[in-house]
Design a binder for this molecule. Sequence first.
Ligand SMILES: C[S@@+](CC[C@H](N)C(=O)[O-])C[C@H]1O[C@@H](n2cnc3c(N)ncnc32)[C@H](O)[C@@H]1O
Length: 234
Amino acid sequence: MQTHRHIRSFVLRAGRMTHAQQRALEELWPAYGLDPGVGALDLTASFGRQAPRCLEIGFGVGEVIGSLAESHPHIDYVGIEVHRPGVGRLLLRAAAAGLRNVRVICHDAVEVLTAAIQDESFDEILIFFPDPWHKKRHHKRRLIDPVFTATLAAKLRSGGVLRLATDWQDYAEQILAVCNADPRLHSLSDDATYVPHPDFRPPTRFERRGARLGHGVWDLAYSKRTAAPFPVPS
Ligand SMILES: C[S@@+](CC[C@H](N)C(=O)[O-])C[C@H]1O[C@@H](n2cnc3c(N)ncnc32)[C@H](O)[C@@H]1O
């Protein structure tokens, strides 16, 4: 996969990998893993069917995508995460539950979306608790910026939904400003700000840690506008 160099939104931590996670990465990858190569991935072929499709970016240890895939077998789920122990955790969960509707990509989501995912591939995109990069000098590392948001909009089908959450107010305000400014996104909040916590989103480890530290949570949701039809000359 060829892409331009860019500032990454993550720093790969060595992280402890359990023996089971390591084995999962070796043995379960053929069933669940997708390796972006040259050109776009064929997701329909990979799942062996055409079904509604949801993408989760930065799924951590897979609490959200795992629970959604278990409870919605008619929807296909693609997860992208760079942290290998977390990927191993999701593979173990998928195999234990016998899931057939999950595929996992272990690579930088910015590169994957830019180079390996066709436009209009997803009905829903989820990005929960992206790394907040608190310090001002690190804000350039934040995943959500105008360029990546435009890419996200391109990957959604018309009417598809982008859902985000953060526990960092200053990042919430940045996400709000960026998404509200994207001409293809339409806020699902009555006043174009935040939405209630969606029922389907189980609290993740990261969210629970923030709650213990007294952080608030800001949820956002946008739908992709239906492309305006070209005026037909009369
Ligand atoms: C703060 S954690 C939140 C994880 C999870 N969503 C949760 O709520 O527990 C952010 C995650 O995003 C992943 N991540 C950050 N940038 C990424 C990128 N460009 N591509 C894929 N994963 C990324 C990190 O490895 C990390 O696991």
